[in-house]
Design a protein around this ligand. Structure first.
Ligand code: SF4
Length: 181
């Protein structure tokens, strides 16, 4: 007989399974690595067989994919897009530029470490990462979701002041709505 506790567990398992196998991606093509997204999502590598597909707007997306270097001006749009996404939500930083600035490490107008500004659940290294690496990154995120460890959004809420301080150091004309989750 299934009691309340067990049925809750079963619901959680089904919910969790569905969530990680229906990741809708908002691909923010900030850098040259974005060119690897079309082959990843189309018939050659076919990311949709893992339940991963593109989505047009932040409110419909679960996963924000930042594909490369991020100019200081673009950061504001990325933060706005991230904050418009509904929970549960995840971020993948794609390419060396998101990890340490990559070849733009000493550029005056790009940010260097993406996770100083928004929470990153998985990084995919390489310049530029091939579709195989991108798919490996997607699978890593699915495994983290399965283990309950893809908790970047929670971290963002808990440390919002720290993120805001970093964001405002770069974005001088802030004028953004409050983050309302
Ligand atoms: S990691 Fe390489 S391919 Fe990706 S945005 Fe930076 S320079 Fe371009």
């Amino acid at each position: 007989m299934i009691n309340d506790k067990n049925s809750k567990k079963i619901v959680d398992i089904i919910q969790d399974f569905s969530r990680r196998h229906s990741l809708f991606v908002l691909a923010y093509g900030t850098g040259c690595g974005a060119i690897e997204i079309p082959p990843t999502m189309t018939s050659r590598y076919d990311a949709e067989r893992f339940g991963i597909r593109g989505m047009a707007t932040p409110r419909q997306a679960d996963l924000l994919l930042i594909t490369g270097y991020l100019a200081s001006k673009t950061l504001k749009r990325v933060i706005r897009a991230y904050e418009q996404m509904q929970d549960p939500k995840y971020v993948i930083g794609f390419g060396s530029c998101t990890i340490n600035g990559g070849m733009y490490w000493d550029s005056y107008n790009t940010i260097k470490i993406l996770s100083d500004y928004i929470p990153v659940d998985v990084y995919i290294n390489g310049c530029m990462p091939r579709p195989e690496a991108v798919i490996t990154g997607f699978i890593e995120l699915q495994n983290l979701i399965k283990e309950g460890k893809a908790n970047g959004a929670q971290k963002y809420k808990e440390n919002l002041e720290w993120y805001r301080e970093n964001q405002k150091k770069v974005i001088k004309d802030w004028k953004m709505p409050d983050y309302n989750w």
